[in-house]
Design a protein around this ligand. Structure first.
Ligand SMILES: [Fe+2]
Ligand SMILES: [Fe+2]
Length: 364
């Protein structure tokens, strides 16, 4: 008797601990079941769209998002299944509690409760509770699959991120090489391209453009004069003032730049094309090559226009001396709203201490 009492104590301890674990598990697994029902990836390509959007490879359209997260029949089916499984679980628990109640009523109502009938009732009920085990196993399986899925999502994301980093690095190197070739061909030796790039980014930041886009503007701006590759060297390198005819030739370089970058893909290259085309346009329509007006000009083109002129003024050329930085500063401010976009000039004015510091740092 003493032995069986010890066994009962031991088993009750095990049951207590198992129940504790089961309660924690149940609390964890139910939300997981719901998460799986709401899981946004219902088609093979959804996960790719999702990861791509996270690492900025594609611009996800709102319609894609809606379709990805809400639009599929799949989602409705999964919701119904999840609702059904929760309902079944509730039903099983209610049935077990009702049976338990019946047994306890029997025990309370009887003066000699330790009967074989009640023992057999408990045995039958214990078998019924096995269904709960099955349910928990299914939920455990869901948790397991969900976590594995997350692991693979992150692994795949890391792979795509590596690829994207590599592509961006190669693209950046190619752009810088192009910029250097252009710079070497024209008379703008020194660090013109780098300074224009830095000024452009500073102004973009000052205008509240988000960091990633400001960096894109910096990179794209390095190709603003790429069209000069198609201008004869005698004109570009002429150590004197240009004739009207020669100047007309030079004025073709934005259009040439646009043509060179016509069929490019990717955000940077597309922006580079816009900048190449528009960096000599003016809001008052007196710029070239197209004489576009303020409302049709891109903000990137307007930013690079200011950066380019400020650097041209403060740099020595074969036909002119470098202007004093204060005169160049005033010249930019004078062009506000006519030669240059007013908002960009405001940003130039506010960020001038930083711009001037970069000019001093990157002289030569
Ligand atoms: Fe230019
Ligand atoms: Fe330039």
């Amino acid at each position: 008797m003493e032995e069986s009492y010890k066994r009962i104590i031991k088993i009750s301890k095990i049951i207590r601990h198992t129940m504790n674990v089961a309660m924690i598990f149940f609390a964890m697994s139910l939300p997981t079941g719901l998460v799986i029902a709401f899981f946004p990836f219902h088609r093979d390509e959804d996960m790719k769209i999702f990861i791509d959007s996270l690492i900025g490879n594609v611009n996800l359209l709102p319609t894609d998002l809606v379709r990805t997260f809400f639009g599929e029949t799949h989602l409705k089916i999964q919701l119904i299944l999840c609702g059904l499984s929760v309902a079944v679980l509730g039903l099983i628990i209610v049935l077990i509690i009702r049976e338990l109640k019946k047994i306890f009523n029997k025990i309370i109502g009887s003066q000699a409760p330790f009967t074989r009938e009640i023992s057999s009732d408990f045995k039958k009920l214990s078998v019924k509770t096995l269904i709960l085990c099955l349910f928990s196993t299914l939920l455990a399986l869901s948790v397991f699959i969900f976590l594995r899925l997350l692991a693979y999502v992150f692994e795949y994301g890391a792979y795509l991120q590596d690829k994207a980093d590599e592509t961006n690095r190669i693209q950046e190197e190619m752009i810088m090489s192009f910029a250097e070739i252009t710079e070497n061909k024209s008379e703008q030796t020194g660090k013109h391209v780098r300074r224009v790039a830095e000024y452009s980014m500073i102004m973009a930041e000052e205008m509240g453009i988000e960091e990633d886009r400001a960096k894109l503007i910096r990179l794209a701006s390095t190709m603003h004069d790429i069209g000069k590759l198609l201008i004869p060297a005698e004109i570009l390198e002429k150590p004197a003032r240009l004739t009207d005819e020669e100047f007309a030739q030079i004025k073709k370089h934005p259009g040439f730049g646009g043509d060179l970058l016509n069929n490019v893909e990717g955000d940077v290259m597309r922006m580079a094309r816009t900048v190449a085309l528009e960096h000599h346009e003016r809001p008052d329509g007196r710029g070239y090559p197209e004489g576009k007006t303020g409302d049709t000009l891109s903000i990137e083109g307007c930013i690079v226009a200011v950066a380019d002129v400020y650097d041209a003024l403060t740099s020595k050329r074969s036909y002119k001396q470098a202007w004093d930085e204060k005169d160049a500063y005033n010249e930019i401010l004078k062009g506000k709203g006519t030669q240059f976009d007013a908002k960009v000039v405001d940003a130039f004015e506010k960020a001038y201490p930083r711009i001037n510091a970069v000019r001093e740092e990157l002289q030569g």
